[in-house]
Design a protein around this ligand. Structure first.
Ligand code: PMP
Length: 462
């Protein structure tokens, strides 16, 4: 159905305001303004109900890795719907799509990963991970190893466990979180928190906060440490090179399970199948979602390394956990078709060797703009730090996010979706973006920075 031809924008917005509750939104303000209505997607491009073309610089929500509207996925989904539209995997049953997807994932993941537990989302994956690591230690007769250490300003989902593991204060404030047994340590955000330290020194210092926390809580009480290889929703925070090796050392020496939340970084975002491979991390568990199906259907999972899988499978007995849609056959069919596209079209290799470096080079040049204090990008995941003056790493006065919102609104207006995290602009385009589209993206981003700069000067904000 071509909605834009069927309904005018105004009445649709009114219906949306009347009946639809939006995630992560001030709905009263949104309803007054009216939602943008997206009606079509093809490749890296979206179209709204007014017929405006927009370059999707966020790949939906960091998920549409193969780009929008690939007919192969629609065909795979239709074929599976006709064959077996639903069956569960609970009571001694399984089905071909879930078997095939599990096999593919075991093949694509690092060698120590041979098992996967399916979920419907990244949040459910983190809930699953939390229950699994506690079950692991309980099975090994160490039930007191219960605390999971996570990081401030991390994002691990919106369920009770996901939001608790995450380190977002406004999310904790809603509903008495975190749940018991979660402890947060500092994040490796050098631009904001590095002070006079070099990035390398700061990376070591923030990694060693894990060791201090383990000492405080007691090694016998700590089950796991969880982190995103690159914090996404927190602001595309790329840790200094010293960070991950030190975290790895600490987890190994202290017998703490290491969980790499690969919900964003999995399936090519950093030019490797998994972000852990980019940083040389050897995690015990990897929650996944998003790029697993490129967002075409909801599916997530936890990749379970051999150390944990062996205990849960051979010693635990019943693992009392699962979702109606764990291993949904149609979602599995979509994921299989998606992984085949990523693999056979060598999209991830292109991000590593061709389009990724091309975009990174052009993105880095945006640091010359008077408004940009830092431009960073790994793979196809980047951020621009907006600053009132250079070269200091100083933020705009007043409420964080005000300038980011102004810039984000210009970006939309100019036909490029970038996201604002406080006063950082975030980019994470479909991995299939071409050289020409990258040129266009950089042109639109530059215009957006110019428009924002002019507006801030006009308002006397810089
Ligand atoms: N973990 C990370 C790192 C994420 O970025 C997200 C979603 N942005 C989640 C977990 C939660 O995934 P979902 O929204 O699918 O529940």
């Amino acid at each position: 159905m071509n909605v834009s031809n069927t309904y005018p924008t105004g009445p649709l917005q009114a219906l949306d305001a009347a009946h639809h509750m939006h995630p992560f939104s001030d709905m009263k303000a949104l309803n007054a303004e009216g939602s943008r209505i997206i009606v079509k997607g093809k490749g890296c491009w979206l179209e709204d109900s007014n017929g405006k073309r927009i370059l999707d610089g966020m790949a939906g929500l960091w998920c549409v890795n193969i780009g929008h509207g690939r007919p192969e996925i629609a065909e795979a989904v239709q074929a599976q719907m006709a064959e077996l539209s639903y069956y569960n995997t609970f009571f001694k049953t399984t089905h071909p799509p879930v078997i095939e997807l599990s096999r593919m994932l075991a093949e694509l993941a690092p060698p120590s990963f041979n098992h996967v537990f399916f979920t419907g989302s990244g949040s459910e994956s983190n809930d699953t991970m939390l229950r699994m690591v506690r079950t692991y230690w309980k099975t090994l007769e160490k039930p007191e190893k219960f605390v999971v250490i996570a990081r401030k300003n991390a994002y691990h989902g919106s369920t009770m466990a996901g939001a608790s593991l995450g380190g977002m204060a406004p999310m904790h404030a809603q509903g008495g979180l975190p749940i018991p047994g979660i402890h947060h340590i500092a994040q490796p955000y050098w631009f904001d928190e590095g002070g006079e330290l070099s990035p390398e020194e700061f990376g070591l210092q923030t990694a060693r906060a894990l060791e201090q926390a383990i000492d405080e809580i007691g090694e016998d009480n700590v089950a796991a440490f969880i982190a995103e290889p690159v914090q996404g929703a927190g602001g595309v925070i790329v840790p200094p090179a010293t960070y991950w090796p030190e975290i790895q050392r600490i987890c190994k020496e202290r017998n703490i399970l290491l969980v790499a939340d690969e919900v964003i970084t999995g399936f090519g975002r950093l030019g490797r199948w998994f972000g852990s491979e980019y940083f040389g991390i050897e995690p015990d568990l990897m929650p996944i979602a998003k790029g697993l199906s490129s967002g075409y259907l909801p599916i997530g999972g936890v990749m379970v390394g051999d150390r944990v899988a062996d205990v849960i499978i051979n010693q635990t007995g019943d693992f009392n956990h699962g979702f109606t849609y764990s291993g949904h056959p149609v979602a599995c069919a979509a994921a299989i078709a998606n992984l085949k596209i990523l693999r056979d079209e060598k999209i991830i290799e292109r991000v590593a060797n061709d389009t990724g470096p091309y975009l990174q080079k052009k993105w880095a040049l945006l640091a010359n703009h008077p408004l940009v204090g830092e431009a960073r990008m790994v793979g196809m995941m980047g951020a621009l730090e907006l600053v009132p003056a250079k070269p200091e790493r100083r933020r705009f006065a007043g409420e964080a996010g005000k300038i980011g919102t102004i810039c984000r609104d210009f970006s939309f207006k100019n036909g490029l979706i970038m996201r604002a995290v406080r006063d950082s602009m975030i980019l994470s385009p479909p991995l299939v973006i071409s050289h020409e589209e990258i040129d266009e993206l950089i042109r639109l981003a530059t215009k957006t920075l110019d428009d924002t700069h002019e507006e801030l000067l006009r308002q006397g904000l810089m």
